[in-house]
Design a protein around this ligand. Structure first.
Ligand code: BES
Ligand code: ZN
Length: 619
């Protein structure tokens, strides 16, 4: 071989090697996008499976143990996890101690945990414990539970709180399977977002397995003196003993919901669908932890009237848990789709009237939210820009209700039949992966709009503020009648009780929320005396009545005392935030603060964070 040939061969080889490298890098770069709310660099090294082994110590209020990860290393000498307010004791790579360091602390993101690994490292183990600053976990004393005998604990991971109880790559675009061993006091039962026990173990040790890949924000744990009751072969409820029968009865239609949901968008992918009803400080109506939705006890109204929240969390088994928003800026892909799907499940079970009422309530929420963001209209975009913000502060009902209305408008445009085919295909072909807004728009254009030969102002809906003028107008005959009832009462200063005889909770809520701006305390008293709203046992009705009482300065029938009782027991953020906001807007911050000072210690950190801002509270 002459020198020319040798050089040629050498150059070709170098060229080929560099090509392969570039190609490999390209693939890696394409796999995960830049994400502003996680320090993890999954393109360098990523976790694929977690084995969690922890002790739950109620005396010290500490969770401690190990998190062992299988990792996929793309040639890196380190891997970065997210951690916040955790004590990291030591770290091992394939069973041997390795170097690690915690970077600078950020108030919302926490710290990067950098762990030194070798190119061929397969597993890392982090030895750690939680602290009294761990935000995901709420430790409850017996007084804060229904049965008042034993302590209770639950976690809340979404949006970026899982890193406060497990060191982890806490980005929604990462997916892991997990196993866990959890040791708790033997009078208590532990349950997770995984395959769960149905009875207590003898020694307080529990083993869990989540065989499907989930994003880290869906890691969840609850520990308490709870019992299980089945609703069907694959659905059921957990709750404290004194409540479990009522909960089983309230949610007796869970199986029907799953059946209807499957008819719409394909097989339920998580085998079991259970709900645990937590103590009243749980900060959400519901949280869609896979296989085990976490729920507030305020849903137990006695007449199944608030079960749309269960339909909502079930719907997340497709939108969110199966097809997950890639970043929190794409949050509307989780929530907007879920509100739409929730509405369809409710229609399938209870008919169009109920669905239209829920749809119109969403529309009213949306209009109020848009009005509230007049000064910052970019907050009303579907696609958000939460960089530099705590995602939890940027998440509001726009994602839910504008997202819902966008999909409802599309459904009306192309027809339900085509829309359902499109959605079913969308969930099937993107199952167990993540979705960006941009990719969704591409899929929508290719698979629905072009095929149906229609044009649609998708960009305006997604990237502009407010509600586009082509929004579908939801109508409800029932609500028209409610409006008439309000007008009659205000005109005559008297109430015809008979008209309201068959009203559902939705009609009551609409009635109460739509009092005229200038309603007087005397008119409120006439209404209260007729319907005893200050003593309502339906949490949603009560909440909107309290809101109006604060707003319109109504103080009859001991309503102030009722409001205080409500705010010091219930921690559901949407409810309490509505009421504290009403105090703030009615120039009664001091009244709100006086209650908040007593209530604050009962709330979970996500509620505390919100209300501190609402009332300008400083410790
Ligand atoms: N996933 C949400 C709760 C959530 C949102 C937690 C953002 C953390 C950050 C859940 O599915 C939800 O939307 N719950 C609603 C009920 C629903 C019917 C609107 C709630 O809690 O009110
Ligand atoms: Zn939701």
């Amino acid at each position: 071989m002459n020198i020319k040939n040798t050089i040629f061969l050498a150059l070709t080889t170098i060229f080929l090697i560099s090509c392969t490298k570039t190609k490999k890098e390209e693939v890696a770069v394409l796999k995960y996008v830049e994400e502003p709310h996680s320090y993890a660099q999954p393109n360098e090294a990523v976790i694929t499976h977690l084995n969690l082994d922890i002790d739950v110590d109620f005396d010290k209020e500490i969770i401690s143990g190990t998190a062992t990860y299988d990792i996929e290393n793309n040639n890196s000498d380190h891997i970065i996890l997210d951690a916040k307010n955790l004590v990291i004791q030591k770290v091992q790579a394939d069973g041997k101690d390795t170097e690690f360091s915690l970077g600078a602390f950020d108030e919302s993101l926490g710290q990067p945990l950098k762990i030194i690994i070798k190119k061929d490292t397969k597993k890392i183990t982090v030895f750690y414990e939680t602290t009294d600053k761990t935000e995901a976990v709420q430790w409850l004393n017996p007084q804060q539970t229904a049965d008042k005998k034993h302590p209770f604990l639950f976690t809340q991971g979404q949006a970026i709180l899982t890193r406060t109880w497990i060191p982890i790559q806490d980005s929604p675009q990462i997916r892991i399977t997990y196993d866990a061993t959890v040791r708790v006091p033997k009078e208590l039962m532990a349950v997770m977002s995984a395959e769960n026990p149905k009875v207590k173990s003898e020694n307080g040790e529990y083993h869990f397995k989540m065989a499907q890949k989930i994003p880290p924000y869906l890691m969840a744990l609850a520990v308490g003196d709870i019992a299980y009751k089945a609703v069907s072969d694959r659905t059921g409820v957990y709750a404290e003993n004194s409540m479990v029968d009522a909960v089983q009865e309230e949610f007796s239609e869970m199986e029907k919901m799953v059946v209807e949901a499957e008819k719409l968008y394909g097989k339920y992918a998580w085998d079991q669908f259970d709900v645990i009803v937590l103590p009243p400080s749980f900060p959400f109506g519901g949280m869609e932890n896979p296989r085990l939705t976490f729920a507030t006890p305020t849903l137990i109204a006695g007449d199944k009237s608030l079960t749309s929240v269960i339909a909502h969390e079930l719907a997340h088994s497709w939108s969110g848990n199966l097809v997950t928003n890639t970043t929190w800026d794409d949050f509307w892909l989780n929530e907007g789709f879920t509100v739409y799907f929730e509405n369809r499940i409710m229609e399938a079970l209870y008919g169009k009237d109920r669905a239209n009422m829920l749809g119109l309530i969403a529309r009213q929420d949306l209009d109020e939210e848009v009005e509230g963001f007049k000064a910052t209209p970019e907050m009303t975009h579907l696609k958000l820009n939460l960089k530099g913000k705590n995602p939890d502060d940027g998440m509001n009902s726009i994602a839910y209700d504008k997202g819902f209305l966008f999909l409802k408008t599309l459904e009306e445009l192309v027809g339900r039949e085509k829309f359902d085919v499109f959605l079913k295909e969308y969930f099937q072909s993107n199952a167990f992966s993540t979705m960006t807004t941009e990719k969704f728009i591409d899929i929508l254009n290719t698979n629905l709009l072009e095929k149906s030969n229609v044009t649609f102002n998708t960009e305006e809906w997604v990237y502009n503020s407010g509600v586009p003028s082509n929004a579908f107008e939801i109508k409800s005959d029932k609500f028209e009648k409610v409006k008439q009832t309000i007008a009659d009462i205000i005109k005559n200063n008297k109430v015809d009780v008979g008209v309201t005889k068959d009203w559902t909770t939705q009609e009551w809520v609409y009635f109460i929320r739509n009092f005229p701006e200038d309603i007087t305390p005397t008119q409120m008293a006439i209404i209260d005396n007729a319907f005893d709203l200050s003593n309502s046992t339906n949490s949603h009705k009560a909440m909107v009545w309290y809101e109006q009482s604060i707003k319109h300065n109504y103080r009859g029938n001991n309503v102030d005392k009722k409001i205080e009782e409500f705010l010091t027991t219930v921690g559901r953020r949407w409810y309490v935030s509505t009421l504290y906001t009403a105090y703030a807007e009615a120039d009664k911050v001091d009244e709100g603060l006086a209650i908040y000072k007593k209530a604050r210690q009962n709330y979970h950190s996500v509620t505390v964070n919100t209300i501190d801002k609402t009332l300008g509270y400083k410790e």
